[in-house]
Design a protein around this ligand. Structure first.
Ligand SMILES: [Zn+2]
Length: 504
């Protein structure tokens, strides 16, 4: 995030949750739908009435427009397919540092001026960096979209600032690392766990970067990264709101289309080798409670599965079946079964009753991404219970599904919750823009969500039982355990925060 102090508005909080996952839908697994949160159906059908349209500008940049005329507002987002995944050793954190520097001016706009001008338009804006992508957005009155496009296209093409601005801002970035990682025992543990899970994959580095890399970062590291990756063919503009598609297309061609086309650098594969045995991380830090996190390597969903005529199929036919993608879908269902709604299995079996083993427990199925995916289980032991007991209880829940299977009624309930959360998610123009952008960045077609709902609805109890028995052995597991130390003197012991993943 470009702002040194996060904005504590309801708006920001909702975004923080929604952006927490690389792909928006499985985020539901960590964000139970609360009773009463389901909107009336007519809102959703109104927003879905006009389909989004996708274009390629003359320089190769993608434009996606989603009209929604219910309120006189518009969202502009720019999605760049570059994140910490594209960094190399020694300059970790540079994608995020660049996100900060994008607010520091261009050839014609002075440092800080971008945000002042957006505010003067009556807009709100921010940015985010993840492992897979970087994004920038403004919500403005729909009549001011052209002004926002002028500003955003200018900094995409002409980001420019004196060294002194970088030297100030890198201190802001380091402070962000201190606040969000180094002062948060769980976030530090998560960083260590990632570094242990991934060897060849760049996912082993934290998005914010290692502190020594931030200390050593130079202005030219950032400028080089911008020159290399911020090319038209590597970005999509998403506009949602009270707009006319043809007018948006013409404006996009005027402001973005004139940015010179440049070749994208070749991306090296950096394939993660197979894991062949359990890994364990012990981590000691001042903390009030212990904590345990289990990461299982799982297959990821292949976006091509949703494209007709992909994989060499004839035009108009569905692509060949993908057992791996089917398993990835079934794992998402498994996670929702464990932790997808209030009163789901982990809550019922681990955190309730006089003998409860955990104060909290959760699961999360990584599903789609530019790098390898994980299925996460985590828990905070209850008073008098050990992390080992929580670890055993979490694994017992998976074993129970593998052994006893799942009732069709329970599965139906999970699916109903999904449809409700999907409907709710589509209600705001911001959410629509975010969904379209994240689908594009992950290589999914525009209508991916409707098709994914279909695919997920089709997952059977037998498939869920099968994946529970297939992917949760020792050999693909990395366990990270936080062992609390007494609070340090002269420093307030902080409670737990969610592990720092994506940054804003
Ligand atoms: Zn930041």
């Amino acid at each position: 995030m470009k702002h040194p102090k996060p904005r504590h508005t309801a708006f920001g909080a909702v975004l923080a949750l929604a952006f927490a996952a690389p792909w928006t839908w499985p985020a539901f697994a960590q964000t139970p739908v609360l009773p009463g949160a389901v909107p009336v159906a007519s809102d959703a059908s109104a927003s879905a009435a006009v389909a989004a349209q996708q274009f390629t500008l003359s320089n190769g940049m993608t434009l996606i427009v989603q009209p929604d005329r219910r309120a006189p507002t518009a969202v502009q987002m720019v999605w760049v397919r570059v994140g910490s995944l594209d960094e190399v050793d020694g300059t970790s954190g540079v994608a995020h540092a660049l996100e900060h520097m994008m607010f520091k001016g261009s050839k014609t706009v002075k440092p800080g001026e971008f945000s002042r001008r957006i505010a003067a338009l009556g807009g709100q804006e921010n940015a985010f960096t993840t492992r897979d992508y970087t994004g920038y957005y403004q919500q403005i009155p729909a009549t001011r979209l052209e002004d926002a496009m002028k500003l955003e296209s200018d900094r995409f093409a002409n980001n420019q600032w004196p060294d002194l601005e970088f030297q100030r801002e890198i201190e802001v970035v380091k402070e962000e690392r201190r606040m969000r990682t180094e002062d948060q025992p769980r976030a530090l543990l998560g960083e260590q766990q990632n570094a242990a899970v991934f060897n060849a994959s760049p996912y082993h580095r934290p998005v914010v970067g290692w502190m020594s890399d931030l200390d050593a970062m130079t202005p030219d590291d950032v400028r080089d990264f911008h020159r290399r990756w911020y090319v038209p063919a590597n970005a999509a503009i998403v506009v949602a709101g009270d707009v006319d598609v043809a007018k948006v297309r013409a404006m996009a061609e005027t402001y973005y289309g004139r940015i010179p086309a440049r070749a994208l650098p070749v991306r090296k594969p950096r394939i993660e080798p197979e894991q062949r045995g359990i890994r364990r991380i012990e981590f000691k830090a001042p903390a009030e409670q212990s904590y345990v996190s289990l990461a299982f390597r799982v297959p990821q969903f292949n976006p091509d599965v949703l494209r007709p005529a992909a994989a060499g199929g004839a035009a108009g036919t569905m692509p060949a079946a993908s057992p791996q993608s089917d398993d990835a879908l079934a794992l998402v269902v498994l996670s929702a079964l464990l932790d997808g709604y209030t009163g789901a299995r982990l809550e019922r079996h681990l955190t309730q009753g006089p003998d409860r083993v955990a104060d909290s427990a959760g699961s999360y199925a990584g599903f789609i991404g530019r790098g390898p995916q994980l299925f996460m289980l985590e828990g905070v032991p209850a008073t008098g219970k050990t992390p080992e007991a929580v670890e055993a209880a979490l694994r017992a829940e998976i074993a129970r599904v593998a052994r006893d299977g799942v009732e069709a009624a329970e599965l139906a309930r999970v699916k109903t919750q999904w449809v409700a959360s999907e409907t709710y998610k589509r209600d705001s123009v911001m959410a629509q823009a975010r969904e379209l952008g994240s689908n594009w960045v992950q290589g999914l077609p525009l209508d991916a969500d409707a098709r994914l709902i279909e695919r997920l609805q089709a997952v059977t109890p037998a498939q869920v039982q099968a994946v529970a028995g297939k992917y949760f052995g020792d050999d693909q597991l990395t366990v990270a355990t936080l062992r609390p130390l007494p609070p340090e003197k002269n420093r307030r012991a902080r409670g737990f925060a969610a592990p720092a993943g994506d940054l804003r």
